[in-house]
Design a protein around this ligand. Sequence first.
Ligand code: ZN
Length: 235
Amino acid sequence: MIRVTVWNENKHEQEIEEVKKIYPEGIHGCMKEFLSKEPDLDVRTATFYDAEHGLTEEVLSSTDVLVYWSHALQDEFSGEVAERIQRHVLSGMGLVALHSSHYSKILRLLMGTTMTLKWKHDESERLWCTSPLHPIAKGIPEVIDIPMEEMYGEPFDIPRPDDVVFTGWFSNGYVFRSGCTFTRGMGKIFYFQPGHEMNPTYHIPEIQKIIVNAVRYCSPDCIQRTLPQNVRIED
Ligand code: ZN
């Protein structure tokens, strides 16, 4: 079984009526529901408001893949917990980082760049699969039309990705590297742009399938999760 922890800020769902209607159980509840349909995934959730944001040493030690959505409370997120997540990713925990979490402490720590981009609300998006042989693209059509999304546009200040699995084209003409993979230490990372809280994007079956594929892709292959270390070779 792949042990998945879905982490969500869970602020907008409690404060904005439209978001509550789209995600009555929160974005984390929606994700738990569709991920739990997969027989190889064992899913639990945590939110910002839990003690230590629900991401204690114990939780992270028993997490194979962390799925992470954040937006409004990124400055308030504990630096200590962000560093704890970083350590777990470097030693093999997978990370699926969604939408506005590009600007979270954990993503900025792991990427080392500013993670800045252009943005605008309420455009439609054509999500093109630009790396069709990638495991995350398995069973995904060449193009997915998302009727309404927040536009994210280039330049997106990220380090060079391992693969750009999806590229978004928006109705105002902007393009974006919407689905990128990275490797840090022993850990695999997938950043995925769709998922603005005011739009029902995570109810779209193809988007759900991409997240399921990403969880499987990012799960650690290594039997023992361990930080890379300096090793002295004897003469
Ligand atoms: Zn957004």
